[in-house]
Design a binder for this molecule. Structure first.
Ligand SMILES: [Fe+2]
Ligand SMILES: [Fe+2]
Length: 171
């Protein structure tokens, strides 16, 4: 088995180990119907950020608390609404500023969070939310991973489906 494949499997195993209860929860699964960027749901986006965070720590050989990293990454966008909905239209432009606070409140209502996990969630939009600064390695990693994943999604550089690939060739 190739080294890269081993890495990918190890990361997925760690995400299931530390975030299995979150992944199986109804609320987390309900965010599959909320779109984050282009065609990617909030659920998928959060899983991608958890994966990218773990990948960064492996590549840079950072000694991070894996449990905090995985749980903070999975819950970083736990705002549980679709920010494209008409209900949020007036506040749409402010979503970037206030959703970390909503995510933290929702996550704290359901899970016992460590201080690191709280910091990961509240600071992931830094420097936009300039008062909420990442204060630990884990929070710096998640904010970087989130920006990378969000950019890829917004530019639609994530893997396109077969139909989308065909459509994009026709256009
Ligand atoms: Fe976010
Ligand atoms: Fe995000």
């Amino acid at each position: 088995m190739s080294k890269n494949r081993n890495h990918r499997q190890d990361i997925r195993k760690d995400i299931r180990k530390y975030g299995g209860d979150i992944l199986r929860s109804d609320n987390f699964k309900s965010s599959a119907k909320n779109i984050q960027h282009s065609n990617v749901s909030v659920m998928k986006h959060s899983m991608k950020v958890a994966y990218a965070s773990m990948w960064i720590t492996r590549k840079l050989r950072l000694k991070c608390n894996k449990e905090d990293l995985v749980r903070g990454a999975l819950l970083h966008d736990y705002f549980l609404y679709d920010w494209h909905d008409d209900d949020h239209r007036g506040l749409k432009n402010l979503h970037g500023f206030y959703h970390p606070g909503v995510a933290l409140k929702n996550a704290m209502a359901e899970y016992t969070l460590t201080e690191r996990q709280k910091n990961i969630i509240s600071s992931h939009m830094w420097p936009l939310t300039f008062r909420h600064i990442p204060k630990c390695k884990e929070a710096w990693v998640v904010t970087a991973a989130d920006k990378y994943v969000s950019t890829m999604e917004s530019l639609r550089l994530n893997k396109l489906t077969k139909t989308e690939r065909i459509r994009s060739r026709i256009k």
